[in-house]
Design a protein. Sequence first.
Length: 241
Amino acid sequence: MRADGRRQEELRAISITPGFIKHADGSALIEMGDTRVICTAALEDRVPPFLRKTGKGWITAEYGMLPSSSPVRIPREASRVGGRTHEIQRLIGRSLRSVADLGCLGERTVWLDCDVIQADGGTRTASVTGAYVALACALRGWAARKTVPEGLLRDSVAAVSVGVVDGEAVLDLNAAEDNGAEVDMNFVMTGSGKFVEVQGTAEKQPFSAEQLSRLIGLAQTGIERILEIQQRVLREWRVPS
């Protein structure tokens, strides 16, 4: 049993609220335990220079942690984005592009903004999961207005963290577990069960093939459950009239 009472293979409580931001094309508040991230999607009628005159669009992301999202104030990255932030932004963008047909966008860019309002571990994985819901919500409105066809999203995508804590493989690490983990990994997977990204580091000691196999199994099981929650939320949500 873990410090917060969960079993090794148990996710934190997950809640996803679509349509959380009134003025966004698509939005979602995702809560995984005490981690809370607001994700929004917006459409821009231009693409990066390398995509001009190709007829294809782009999906990119911005990520940030609000100053009071952690116990110690985090300064705003107003003038220069730090390395960790840049890495997470690229991860979110790659994850959503992996399940999108960019030809459906035309020469437009989808901006996914992920703002962490409270952090307790797993902010990057929560951002990927919430960004998918925000984009799926936005797509319904765009399709209704015939701006972007419904075929933009070919699959779903979600993410989760796993790790080795006190010698045990565990799913969905909170901040205390993440800080003390011997091994820390993040998995991104599609609804069809394919891997998009695997990030893994031995923080304190190397891990064995057997431990890696156990961590992969935990991640797959966790992401399957998260994907189910995403789809249930999207089935119940309706585009505001």
